[in-house]
Design a protein around this ligand. Structure first.
Ligand SMILES: Nc1nc2c(c(=O)[nH]1)N(C=O)[C@@H](CNc1ccc(C(=O)N[C@@H](CCC(=O)O)C(=O)O)cc1)CN2
Ligand SMILES: Nc1ncnc2c1ncn2[C@@H]1O[C@H](COP(=O)(O)OP(=O)(O)OP(=O)(O)O)[C@@H](O)[C@H]1O
Length: 193
């Protein structure tokens, strides 16, 4: 049974859950994370190699699966890639085209972003998760950036959550603004469809 929480309780609960899950992720041995990442990348590659539109990735931090080797491989296979950029705090993100060796500059939290004014509209968005639930809801870093961005990206876009199995929780206590992901790819396979 899901216990209904007030919005203020949800906010507080998410804050502590985020902290716990980020610590849990960083506690996993680096070689284990990298084995899991190889499995995630293998599953993703078959989903992405035929992508018709731009695919947005992420520049990994805090123990997120490092998919940069696959970014280079897909770029070589002529898939158009992009990275999310927080241009204005509290506003939807932009996506800038990325290619191997393109110039990068530090963005929010010093995460590198492409140094260009060009933007693209992704058809597939990879969303790294801090946590996820079996209904496909995502817990992120608490900025609300993915939900805000998805709310204004209409049409045929798909969102693939990316994370490790140990980040699954029974519910994220979804609120009206939370938008479920199309599926979540973990080292053991797809969690939601
Ligand atoms: N690797 C990676 N890059 C990414 C994301 C990601 O999840 N992973 N993002 C995906 O979204 C965006 C950055 N997300 C951010 C999310 C929150 C805050 C932030 O300032 N959080 C507040 C907490 C707010 C609260 O708890 O009320 C803070 O820490 O002060 C910054 C960036 C874009 N780049
Ligand atoms: N579509 C939206 N429009 C306006 N505000 C929003 C929207 N979506 C989320 N928010 C705000 O963002 C705040 C943080 O949301 P939430 O806890 O879901 O972040 P998150 O998904 O963990 O973060 P992120 O996507 O940045 O990694 C919420 O309190 C909410 O008020």
């Amino acid at each position: 049974m899901t216990v209904a929480l007030t919005p203020a309780e949800v906010k507080q609960w998410r804050r502590s859950e985020r902290e716990r899950l980020i610590a849990l992720r960083l506690q996993q041995a680096a070689d284990l994370r990298s084995q899991w990442t190889d499995k995630i990348a293998a599953a993703l590659f078959s989903l992405l190699k035929e992508a018709k539109g731009p695919v947005s990735f992420y520049w990994p931090f805090k123990g997120e699966p490092d998919l940069r080797p696959m970014m280079r491989e897909l770029a070589g296979a002529s898939v158009q890639l992009a990275l999310p950029v927080v241009v204005v705090k509290g506003q939807p993100m932009q996506f800038r085209p990325w290619a191997p060796r393109c110039k990068m500059v530090p963005g929010i939290w010093n995460i590198p972003v492409p140094d260009t004014a060009e933007t693209v509209v992704p058809a597939i968005l990879l969303a790294p998760v801090v946590g996820f639930d079996p209904r496909g809801f995502r817990l992120g870093y608490g900025g609300g950036y993915f939900d805000r961005t998805l709310a204004q990206l209409h049409g045929d876009r798909q969102v693939f959550g990316i994370g490790y199995d140990c980040l699954e929780i029974p519910t994220i206590h979804p609120q009206g603004y939370d938008i479920p992901m199309t599926m979540i790819v973990t080292q053991s396979g797809r969690v939601v469809n």
